[in-house]
Design a protein around this ligand. Structure first.
Ligand SMILES: [Zn+2]
Length: 399
């Protein structure tokens, strides 16, 4: 039966409504009359009782690393050196002992992420001389095994560098040829020590294969800002507007305000998006400035319980609350914006034109017992129900 009615929920904290779903997509959102709530008259199709709960779109994790985690395994104590290079080396030295990339751990992690309401992922997946493209296969299998309705966008990610590891560029090219949605990059200046070289190679590959780019950029200050400029220039030159993302982009948080405005204008002009993981150790991104300029910003967890570090539980609502706190947000509209960044604003990062409680969007939703969005994002109550394509996958009546 493809028709489903989700009865008596409060979309975005508004009035009690019924959400009509057909064939996995929302077809109508109608304000519920007192009669329909009380008497639940017959409708064609299955009826799910929303019990007056708050309804929001499901979470979109716009920056995940689903292949890396040791979730579900016995505790792994961190023993690597500090810094990006130290963590890369630590991971390469020890992932084999843990069987990473591991189907079982990835399934366990995805299941946990779905439990807290995430149903769409943009996952970077390591592609390097050690694991080749194996991780991509593991992540695809794991996500499909948890639920075939989950959305997955794959970034073939050169975690160990591009130009400094001859052969990696060919692997990225193969990944793109075999269906990776995007190709990644990593600190073109500080890892490859050749920012122009890495970016030229990546843009050339992306243009040739018709895939997007999502580039990790940890470099701070002017070194990072310089690479923003290089990325913007190449995005415009290749006509890749709307298909290039900078992940982290810490530099944008720590350059002076005038330089921030300059970079944000360039991002908006070139159609380059950003993802943040709400890091507590970096200067917050100028989210208000980005929002006003129309630069898409997605929120993601980054790695969770992996050889880079033991933290993270994948709860995107809690992460949205952290983002709000780091940004100094307390007004209602800002708290709403934090929920939007974690949900509907992520649409473009997972190849969707809409991800909302509105006709035309996939019926991916979360129900929770909260007074309103502000209450939800500041308290992160447990998720009552998670719905994928109109099907209840977590909560009462899940199947
Ligand atoms: Zn990352």
């Amino acid at each position: 039966m493809s028709r489903i009615v989700l009865r008596n929920v409060r979309p975005w904290g508004g009035d009690a409504s019924d959400i009509h779903v057909d064939n996995g997509s929302i077809v109508a959102v109608e304000r519920a009359s007192a009669t329909t709530v009380a008497q639940a008259p017959d409708v064609r199709g299955e009826v799910v009782d929303g019990r007056g709960l708050l309804a929001i779109p499901s979470f979109v994790n716009a920056h995940a690393h689903l292949d890396k985690s040791w979730w579900g395994k016995p505790w792994v104590s961190y023993a690597g050196e500090s810094g990006t290079q130290g963590r890369i080396a630590h991971e390469r030295a020890h992932r084999g002992e843990l069987g990473i990339p591991d189907l079982e751990s990835t399934v366990a992690l995805v299941r946990e992420l779905v439990r807290t309401g995430t149903t769409a992922f943009r996952s970077h997946v390591d592609v390097d001389l050690g694991v080749g493209l194996d991780g991509i296969q593991v992540v695809r299998e794991a996500v499909a095994a948890v639920d075939p309705g989950l959305a997955l966008t794959v970034v073939a990610f050169p975690q160990d560098g591009v130009l400094r590891r001859p052969g990696v560029l060919d692997l990225l090219d193969r990944a793109a040829a075999e269906g990776a949605d995007l190709v990644g990059g990593l600190d073109p200046a500080s890892i490859d020590r050749d920012p122009v070289g890495q970016l030229d190679a990546l843009f050339d590959l992306a243009e040739r294969r018709g895939v997007g780019l999502d580039i990790h950029l940890h470099d701070s200050g002017e070194l990072g800002a310089f690479q923003f400029e290089l990325i913007v220039e190449r995005t415009k030159a290749t006509g890749m507007s709307g298909r290039v993302t900078i992940a982290h982009g810490f530099a944008l948080g720590d350059v002076p305000p005038a330089r921030q405005r300059d970079l944000v204008e360039r991002l908006a002009d070139a159609g380059v998006s950003l993802t943040t993981v709400a890091p507590i150790t970096a200067s917050p991104l100028p989210l208000d400035m980005l929002r006003n300029a129309g630069v898409p910003v997605g929120l993601g967890t980054d790695g969770i319980r992996d050889l880079w570090g033991p933290f993270g539980d994948g709860d995107m609502l809690r992460l949205a609350g952290t983002l709000a706190r780091l940004s100094g947000w307390r007004y209602d509209e800002d708290l709403r914006s934090a929920v939007e960044i974690a949900t509907c604003a992520g649409a473009g990062f997972v190849g969707r034109t809409a991800h909302d409680l509105a006709p035309g969007a996939p019926a991916d939703m979360v129900l929770l017992d909260a007074e309103n969005l502000q209450d939800a994002v500041t308290r992160a109550p447990s998720r009552d129900t998670v719905i994928v394509g109109g099907r209840v996958v977590v909560g009462p009546g899940a199947r």
